[in-house]
Design a protein around this ligand. Structure first.
Ligand SMILES: C[S@@+](CC[C@H](N)C(=O)[O-])C[C@H]1O[C@@H](n2cnc3c(N)ncnc32)[C@H](O)[C@@H]1O
Length: 251
């Protein structure tokens, strides 16, 4: 019976390898076996040793290559074989990453693991577009919200509490439901002219950004063909981005 292995649940950040934590970069550079999602940035994938074993369990909304229970079972099997597994996940493992489910499965079977945090897409995209998620006088809180619902049949969110002009909303996985999201927030009282921003493939060489308004979000997505992975940022802080533009990235 081999000695039980260990699983490192590692956040790969939003795309740019320079945004990896020092610990994540070290684990990736030393990895012998990597189980990764499709969202892990190419520049991060390039840091994996060429002779390491790679297993892709890539998932994107509606394109699940491997269902979650199978991913859980795979991680457990590899650990029970005595392997040291780097489980590489986009952004942060515990922010809409199902890292909790993987960790619970390992814990239930007595397998050791650690969580290595990563820069979540909201934080990475905010930095790369110059939109502060909170800002004195404009936003006293920020909420990370999923725009993707199980079975794809309804967005069971507390719209009244989300429609707070002093709170920045960052919607993950919401592109396909942008029409419903915009409609519900307007119905709950958020102003139609509330600034909004779309960010596709943030922090990568393919990053695309478009500023719009809450009412115009669905139209902007259609006109400019935004696709996953994209974030929607809704709130007054989006306008601060324009003020930062003159200096952001300037040397
Ligand atoms: C399954 S969630 C994973 C989130 C990840 N755990 C995190 O902390 O960023 C995938 C969603 O995150 C968002 N996302 C991830 N990376 C992104 C990026 N580089 N640019 C824009 N959105 C991104 C998109 O909304 C995408 O559909």
């Amino acid at each position: 019976m081999p000695k039980t292995g260990f699983v490192h649940l590692v956040g790969a950040g939003p795309g740019d390898a320079d945004l990896l934590t020092v610990k994540a970069a070290r684990l990736i550079a030393q990895a012998r076996l990597v189980v990764h999602d499709r969202l892990v940035g190419q520049s991060v994938m390039d840091l994996i040793p060429k002779d390491a074993e790679l297993i892709s369990v890539g998932k994107e909304s509606d394109h699940h290559i491997m269902p979650q229970p199978q991913i859980n079972a795979l991680l457990l099997k590899l650990a029970l074989e005595g392997r040291d597994v780097v489980r590489l996940k986009g952004g942060d493992p515990f922010v809409f990453g199902r890292g909790g489910e993987e960790a619970i499965h390992l814990a239930q079977h007595g397998v050791g693991f650690e969580i290595v945090p990563g820069v979540s897409a909201a934080v990475g995209c905010a930095a790369s577009t110059g939109v502060p998620l909170t800002h004195r006088g404009l936003a006293t809180s920020v909420r990370f919200v999923t725009g993707h619902m199980r079975e794809n049949d309804g967005l069971d969110l507390d719209w009244a509490s989300l429609a707070d002009p002093a709170c920045t909303l960052v919607i993950y996985m919401g592109i396909a439901n942008a029409g419903k999201i915009s409609e519900r927030l307007l119905a709950a009282g958020l102003d139609a002219t509330t600034p909004a921003m779309l960010i596709e493939s943030g922090t990568t060489p393919d990053q695309r950004v478009k500023a719009t308004t809450l009412a115009m979000l669905p139209q902007t997505i259609a006109d400019h063909h935004f696709h996953p992975p994209s974030l929607m940022v809704i709130g007054r802080v989006v306008d601060v981005g324009a003020q930062l533009a003159a200096g952001l990235g300037k040397r």
